[in-house]
Every structure is written in structure tokens, then in C-alpha cells.
Design a protein around this ligand. Structure first.
Ligand code: MSP
Length: 672
């Protein structure tokens, strides 16, 4: 059991707008990770907060006609309320306009200056206010647009203090080498490494043309660059930097911690966290974080989220309609952590009905009535397990191990997949054993066995879903006669370290955990969310309806039967095509053609696949690419190495290409 401290943070959100579902995704992911670690018995601390300085905020305050401090004070409320409403149990909420932050951010700056890494100079450069970041000329789109915000960058010329970032390039590369887990997922780490390897420019870290920021200690005409100010929040919130003994939280969770310091960030701000932040800390002579976990971006029903498209989703009203835990579950299950994902109202309902109502909720309902009818409301003991029960219990143990491993490495969606493997197995077991028949035939001993093993599985599941759906987990446990699961430092409460004794527990039947949403309720829900109406109005004016279809000429050209004859759809279905993500690539020695790839197929480990594409691609250039893989091809050896699948590609006289997708679909999805 790990008992070392675990400190985890969300990015601090800009207060120029209200929180949306993308921010909620980040905060919920951190909450899940924090709750998980606490259940494992680790002292855990979860920090979130707000990024309140900088030009973007100053301008927004001007637009709404408020002094900046009044504006940020007004905006802080909705963020706190949103996280409270979404069940996110943060331990601290930092705002960069707080005194406790400002003085310590200045201290960090002083340490960087004392290290000789700060100098005064003048620069002229492109700046994107949306990103609060300088841009390289070559990064800009036509018309000097920022590639992320698609808005014109500003040409800025100013005297400014610079940080010798260039000096830290080699040190960073060394650090990455020594800490291969520093950035997860691996594909994103590779992007960071190549960016650093290309060479870093010194960074302007102060501004004089506006004053909404932290004044520099020795030169108050300058305010601190907003990213330097913001990144330090992770440390200032703990009371650092400070000498040993001065700030207990800083000692426990940062300076003297032998545990983990984890920052969860979106892919757009990974560079700031994986390059600037460690470089600042190296310069200031302070300890570096353990890991940066980078997630992808959410789109909404397939589109980018934006106010102008009218698909900006505030999370709280949505949670009020679908349920807080349902929203938490959906976001954590739907989006492959590290990849972009799509939020779709229809998918949410489909997952709700399929996985929560029919899957988990149903499992509980399949045993409760019989406990009342035959066992006076008490869960019977499991006597003489057969192979079937053993199989289910084995699955439950495996799932506890697997889900723990995925949560240890920060992949909540895979942990949920592993948990739902038990749900599916348990429902299958119920189908096999038919408790309703056993009840009718009064086969009480057999029935007792079924109930006992399902109750035991549900108890394990209730522990594992606690980080994801704390309230539903408590409700499930209450119906099983169990108290809610609270963490306790030093005690591992994952169903590996401890289990619930179910024998003799008095059940407490209550409302269905996840009542099914029928067609009518679905239509009403979608309408109340403003989805149905929009989808209808967005539909093309005259879709091809049944009647018209009948009138269409069949224009399929005549084909002659292929040489080997047609195959049936069932034959095609035998080929398991999957979308894979290349996470590593290298040349196979003594072969021009073969590359050895590690491809993430959404499985526990990335597969090793050998591909004859070495004449067309340099290994470094294809890491991060999505490819189509034949996943059920029998493994075979090539040049002494086993290939566990095949990558599909196409070529003509002028070139060669692997097959890929035009969106960031999560690895592991079936190609059909
Ligand atoms: N203030 C900076 C972070 C400073 S951390 C020292 C910032 N703020 S932000 O409000 O613009 O973004 C905060 C986080 O929200 C980022 O991690 C960003 O990736 C995430 N998201 C913003 N839109 C998102 C989606 N559509 N989907 C998922 N996450 C998204 O950057």
C-alpha cells in the first residue's frame, strides 16, 4: 500500500468567462483521481483556483465596465459554485489576486533573478491575447492569426525582463530522460521533447504596457508575465516556497514529500507546464512536480464549443437535468484521457440506459426482490461456490487490480472499462443461473449462492465507483445495507486492500438507482436541453424521405463478380479493424523497410506491430499518428520480432500513406 502524500491540481481557470463543460471535464477528472488516491489510504490534497491577472482579464473587465478587481471578484463565485455542485471536493481554492499568492510568486521570481537567469532587454514579437502567449512567426496562420484562437495576434514592442529559458533546454532534456513518466500520455511527451530539442528561445517574463498583474519586486513598473504568475500558484497555495518547518502543507505535499505532485492540464497548455514550469523551478532551485497528465479537448455534438455557435454548455444546469453523477460518469467514460472526445447528448442518454440503467442498476434489481422473498431481507452466505461463481469472483478481483492500475497511471476511462467488465460478467452470470426460475422452483440453496455472489460483486463495484459517482455509490451501498465509503489515511479501501463482509446484511430497498429513460422521456429531456429543437432546425430542408426514396433510380453501376467471389457481411465482420495510436516507433536493425511500432489499441499494453513502412516514414515523424490496424491477425515473427497486428496503408505511383482518420477518435475504437 502506498502511504506517501498525493498532491493534485487542476489548471487555474481564466475568469474572463463562466465555466463550461470542458473546464468541468478537467476538474472532475482531478476530483476522481484525488478521491481514488484518498481511498487507497494516501494523504491527498486537491487544489483548484482561478487565473485572474493579465491583459485578457483586464480587457474583459473594461468591456463590462468594471474595475478589474471587482470583475474577478464577481466571476469567482460561479466557478466555486460549479465545482461544489459537481461534487468536486477541492481542499483549497486559490485566486492569483490573493495576497498569499502575490508575495510568494514574487519570492520565486527573486530566486530566479538571484540565480542570474533574469535580464532586461527589448523585444518585438507577436502576441496572442487569447493564449496570453508569444507566437513564432512560423506558427501564425495567414493574416497573422493565432492557430488556436483564429484571431489576429498583436505586434508588441516593449522593454521587458527576460528569463534565460534557452539555457535550460539541455537540462530539461536530461530531466525528461531520467523521468520517463513526467508527461502522460507518452505521445504528448514526445511532442514536448521534440519541441525542446529544436531549441528554446529566452522568454519575456514582464510587461509594462498594462498593469493588471503582480509588480516585479525591484521594478514595479513591470508586472509579471501572467503565465509565470499563474504557474507558481501550485506552490504558493501550499505556502511555498518556504524554509523547512515554515509552511507545513508545503513541506508535506511538496518540498519534503516522497509522494506525487501531479498537474492535470489540457493539451493546449501542456508546453507551459512541461517546459516553462520545470525550467522556472530549476532556476529557482526548487523541486519539480512528478507528473503532468495532459487531456484532450471536448467537442460538442461534433462541433468545437463556442459562444458564437451557441453550443457553449454550462455544466451545472446540465447536471441538474441528468444528475451530477451521471454527468461525471459520462464524461469520464466517454473521453479517452489524453485524447479529444465528443460530448453528445444522445450518447449520454445511450450510455445511461445501456451501462447505468440496464447494466449496473439492473444488476441490483435482479437480486433485491428475492432477498426479501426468500431470505427475510438479509443477504445469505456464499456456500460451496461452483465454477460459475469462482469465475465471477475472479473477474471482480482482476477488475479491482486493473482499474487500480489505470487510475494509478491517470486513465479514468480505462478504469471504468475494467469496472464495467465485472458488471457485464455479473449480468451474464445472472442470465446463466436464472434466479427467477430458482425462486419459482423454490431452489433456495442455489438461489442463495446466486444472491451471495452478486451481492459480493456489487459491494466491490460500489467501492470502485465511489471516486466517479460518490452519491450513487453511497446509494448503492445503502441498498445493500452498507455504510458510505469514506477514505481514511493509512487504510486501503480499494477492493484489493479491504472488502465488505456481506453475509447477513439487511438490505434497504429504495428507488431504482438509474431508472431507464424511455423514448418519451428522452425526447423531453433532449428538448429541455435545447438539443432536439436545434437538431430539427439544423436538418436539411427536404431530407430523402421513404416515399421519395422509392422514386429514386437505382444508379448502381453494373459490376462483374470479383475473381474470388463475393464475401458476405459476416465474413467482413470477422476482420477486427481498430483505430490505433502510434506511441513509439523505431527502425528494425538491418532492415530498410521495417519499423517496430508500439500501437495503443485501447488495451492494457500497447501492442508491438512491425510495419513495412520504413522507406516512407522516419520513425519520429509518425509517433502520434492514428492508423487503422487489423487487430485479430494471427501474430507472426519477422526478423526475430513478433508482430501483433497489421497497419493498413495505401499507395500509388506518386506516394504512400497509412490509413488514418480526420478527427481525434480515441484509440481502440472499432473501424466498421
Ligand atoms: N489560465 C490558464 C491555465 C493556467 S494554469 C497555471 C488557462 N485557462 S483556461 O480557462 O483557458 O483553460 C483551463 C483549462 O480548460 C485548460 O486545461 C484547457 O485545456 C481546458 N479546456 C478549455 N476548453 C476545453 C474543452 N473544450 N475541452 C476540454 N478542456 C478544455 O488556460
Amino acid at each position: 500500500m502506498k502511504t506517501t502524500p498525493f498532491y493534485i491540481t487542476t489548471p487555474i481557470y481564466y475568469v474572463n468567462d463562466e465555466p463550461h463543460i470542458g473546464h468541468a471535464y478537467s476538474t472532475i477528472a482531478v476530483d476522481v483521481m484525488a478521491r481514488y488516491e484518498a481511498l487507497r489510504g494516501r494523504p491527498t490534497r486537491f487544489l483548484t483556483g482561478l487565473d485572474e491577472h493579465g491583459l485578457k482579464i483586464e480587457r474583459r473587465a473594461q468591456e463590462v465596465g468594471l474595475p478589474p478587481q471587482d470583475f474577478v471578484d464577481k466571476m469567482a463565485g460561479p466557478f466555486k459554485r460549479a465545482w461544489d455542485a459537481l461534487g468536486c471536493r477541492y481542499d483549497d481554492f486559490i485566486r492569483t489576486t490573493e495576497e498569499r499568492h502575490k508575495v510568494r510568486a514574487q519570492k520565486i521570481f527573486e530566486r530566479m533573478r538571484d540565480a542570474g537567469d533574469i535580464y532586461l532587454d527589448e523585444y518585438e514579437d507577436w502576441y496572442c491575447v487569447g493564449c496570453e502567449s508569444f507566437k513564432l512567426e512560423r506558427e501564425l496562420l495567414e493574416g497573422n492569426l493565432c492557430p488556436d484562437h483564429k484571431r489576429p495576434c498583436e505586434r508588441i514592442r516593449e522593454r521587458s525582463y527576460f528569463f534565460k529559458l534557452s539555457k535550460y533546454g539541455p537540462k530539461l532534456l536530461e530531466f525528461y530522460e531520467a523521468n520517463p513518466q513526467f508527461v502522460a500520455p507518452e505521445g504528448r511527451f514526445n511532442e514536448v521533447k521534440s519541441f525542446v530539442a529544436e531549441g528554446l528561445r529566452d522568454l519575456s517574463v514582464s510587461r509594462t504596457s498594462f498593469d493588471w498583474g503582480i509588480p516585479l519586486p525591484d521594478d514595479p513598473d513591470h508586472v509579471m508575465y501572467v503565465w509565470l504568475d499563474a504557474l507558481t500558484n501550485y506552490m504558493t497555495a501550499l505556502g511555498g516556497p518556504a524554509a523547512r518547518g515554515e509552511a507545513p502543507l508545503y513541506d508535506e505535499f511538496w518540498a519534503a514529500s516522497e509522494g506525487s505532485i501531479v498537474h492535470v492540464v489540457g493539451k493546449d497548455i501542456l508546453r507551459f507546464h512541461a517546459i516553462y514550469w520545470p525550467a522556472f523551478l530549476m532556476s529557482a532551485g526548487l523541486k519539480l512536480p512528478t507528473q503532468i497528465r495532459a487531456h484532450g479537448w471536448l467537442t460538442i455534438n461534433g462541433e468545437k464549443m463556442s459562444k458564437s455557435l451557441g453550443n457553449f454548455i454550462p455544466p451545472v444546469p446540465l447536471a441538474e437535468k441528468v444528475g451530477v453523477d451521471v454527468l461525471r460518469y459520462y464524461l469520464m467514460r466517454e473521453v479517452g484521457f489524453g485524447h479529444d472526445g465528443d460530448f453528445s447528448h444522445k450518447n449520454l442518454i445511450a450510455r445511461y440506459n445501456g451501462e447505468l440503467a440496464n447494466g449496473l442498476g439492473n444488476l441490483l434489481n435482479r437480486i433485491l426482490p428475492f432477498i426479501e422473498k426468500h431470505f427475510e431481507g438479509k443477504i445469505p452466505a456464499l456456500k460451496r461456490a461452483t465454477e460459475l461463481e469462482e469465475g465471477l469472483m475472479q473477474k471482480a478481483r482482476e477488475s479491482a487490480e486493473k482499474s487500480a492500475r489505470f487510475l494509478d497511471s491517470g486513465v479514468p476511462n480505462r478504469a471504468l472499462d475494467a469496472i464495467w467488465e465485472v458488471v457485464a460478467r455479473a449480468n451474464w452470470y445472472v442470465d446463466q443461473t436464472e434466479p427467477w426460475r430458482l425462486s419459482k422452483e423454490e431452489k433456495v440453496e442455489e438461489l442463495a449462492r446466486v444472491i451471495a455472489v452478486i451481492a459480493e460483486s456489487l459491494a466491490r463495484i460500489s467501492r470502485m465507483i465511489t471516486p466517479f459517482m460518490p452519491e450513487k455509490a453511497a446509494a448503492l451501498r445503502a441498498q445493500l445495507g452498507l455504510p458510505a465509503l469514506e477514505p481514511l489515511v493509512g487504510e486501503d479501501r480499494w477492493p484489493l486492500g479491504s472488502l465488505d463482509d456481506m453475509t447477513g446484511r439487511a438490505i434497504v430497498r429504495d428507488a431504482a438507482l438509474f431508472p431507464r429513460i424511455d423514448k418519451k422521456a428522452e425526447a423531453e429531456l433532449l428538448e429541455s436541453l435545447g438539443v432536439a429543437e436545434k437538431a430539427a432546425s439544423a436538418a436539411p430542408p427536404a431530407p430523402i424521405k421513404e416515399k421519395k426514396k422509392a422514386k429514386l433510380d437505382d444508379e448502381a453501376p453494373a459490376l462483374s463478380e470479383p475473381e474470388g467471389g463475393y464475401i458476405e457481411f459476416g465474413d467482413f465482420e470477422k476482420v477486427d479493424l481498430r483505430l490505433g495510436l502510434i506511441v513509439r516507433a523505431e527502425r528494425v536493425p538491418k532492415s530498410d523497410k521495417l519499423l517496430r511500432l508500439r500501437i495503443d489499441l485501447g488495451e492494457e499494453d500497447a501492442r508491438q506491430i512491425l510495419a513495412g513502412i520504413g522507406e516512407h516514414y522516419e520513425p519520429e515523424s509518425i509517433v502520434g499518428r492514428r492508423v487503422v490496424v487489423v487487430a485479430n491477425l494471427a501474430p507472426r515473427k519477422m526478423m526475430g520480432l513478433t508482430s501483433q497486428g497489421m497497419v493498413l496503408a495505401v499507395s500509388d505511383d506518386s506516394g504512400f500513406s497509412t490509413l488514418t482518420v480526420d478527427r481525434e477518435i480515441a484509440a481502440g475504437n472499432r473501424v466498421s
